[in-house]
Design a binder for this molecule. Structure first.
Ligand code: TXA
Ligand code: MG
Length: 357
């Protein structure tokens, strides 16, 4: 095993927390069976204890150590995990009593996935315990898709970041729970849109929103509107005519393709333009670049970031979800404090496995 991976594993065994790459975003990892270590994750992120963590397992066989899969959804769980694991699909299942309360925020369910990232998988396997890991950002802020973004968020608050370059998906995992139906395909409740799309899930069940008894759409406890917020106000336009600039203000455009003749690019003399999928307009590329582009615009000293919409199909659903939350969250309290630290006290270790990714 490479030095960085061994160091990360040793820290986790000692009850420490470390930032690790996954294929979606960087995660802030702790031994899921060590409540004192998990408590450090909440403290470092300034995350409220009512917001439960995702548990990552090293193999499909480990699922039984963290969840009790009911017989009536066992076949569906088998199909989903065989198809999408390792990968960016998180399943909400009845929790195994071995999982500490702090991990699930006292809920009777646990969120589980198996990461596809070779560095994460190697550490997860070597640790021999499941890993609890939320995204490695301060609560309410933009998820990090690179080691340098983790340092900006949590530098000085955690002992180590394992650097394996940029994440290959760029958006957090899709989260579903499963409702069996006698004689029919199950219903999948979509708690968070992500890289595994509705279209991909539909072959195994019917995808629906989460609703309460009154029919209101519900979200995962951590899916507050104010998530993924840059410090600069972000406005998501529905159509070009919705942009009403104020004189003397600096505006940057978060564009889809950045094409010179696009309806949003030509709308204004922008201070800067950043594109999600330069030239091509590919949703997969846009997903990978979204949080990076948001951070870049956030650091450009603008009065506002103006975002153009992408089409809400496939991965576009998850991208628009994150843009809407970023738009409703800007200017609110969480995570807007200054002085996130410049990395003092936080080691940065190259995974040495970047070529394997
Ligand atoms: O891609 C990902 O999922 C990344 C990487 C690191 O694996 N992790 C991640 O974790 O995005 P986090 O903590 O930022 O988001 C987890 C979401 C939160 O919205 C939380 O409320 C929800 O999952 N969640 C966790 N356990 C749950 C449960 N038992 N029931 C409902 N929602 C749950
Ligand atoms: Mg998060």
């Amino acid at each position: 095993m490479k030095d960085a991976l061994r160091e990360a594993c040793a820290l986790l065994q000692q009850g420490e927390i470390v930032a690790l790459p996954t294929e979606t975003v960087y995660g802030l990892a702790a031994d899921a069976f060590n409540p004192a270590a998990v408590a450090k994750v909440f403290a470092a992120k300034q995350r409220p204890a009512f917001d439960p963590l995702i548990v990552h397992i090293a193999s499909r066989g480990d699922l039984k150590t963290v969840a009790l899969v009911p017989a009536d959804i066992a076949d569906t769980v088998e199909q989903l995990t065989k198809t999408f694991w390792p990968g960016p699909l998180t399943l909400i299942l009845p929790r195994h009593p071995a999982v500490p309360d702090l991990v699930t925020s006292g809920l009777p369910t646990v969120a589980v996935r198996q990461s596809a990232h070779p560095v994460f998988r190697a550490i997860n396997k070597a640790l021999g315990h499941p890993i609890a890991a939320p995204s490695a950002n301060r609560f309410g802020r933009i998820s990090p898709t690179s080691a340098s973004a983790v340092i900006k968020e949590l530098g000085g608050r955690i002992p180590l970041v394992v650097d394996a370059g940029a994440c290959s998906e760029g958006l957090e995992s899709t989260i579903i729970s499963i409702e069996p139906r006698a004689g029919k395909k199950p219903i999948f409740r979509l708690h968070r849109a992500g890289p595994i799309t509705k279209e991909q899930l539909q072959q195994f069940g019917r995808v629906e929103k989460v609703r309460d008894v009154a029919g209101q759409v519900l979200l995962a406890p951590g899916q507050l509107a104010s998530h993924y917020a840059p410090r600069t106000p972000l406005v998501l336009l529905e159509k070009p005519a919705d942009f009403q600039p104020e004189a003397g203000k600096r505006y940057g455009l978060l564009s889809y393709t950045g094409a010179d003749d696009g309806p949003y690019v030509t709308l204004h003399d922008w201070d800067c333009i950043e594109s999600l999928s330069p030239g091509g307009g590919k949703l997969a590329e846009a997903a990978i670049r979204l949080f990076f582009v948001m951070r870049t615009l956030d650091e450009a000293g603008l009065d506002a970031i103006i975002a153009e919409p992408v089409s809400e199909t496939g991965l576009g659903v998850a991208i628009m979800d994150r843009l809407r939350r970023a738009a409703s969250g800007t200017g609110t309290g969480t995570g807007t404090g200054t002085g996130t630290g410049t990395g003092t006290g936080t080691g940065l270790a190259k995974s040495g496995m970047a070529d394997a990714i």
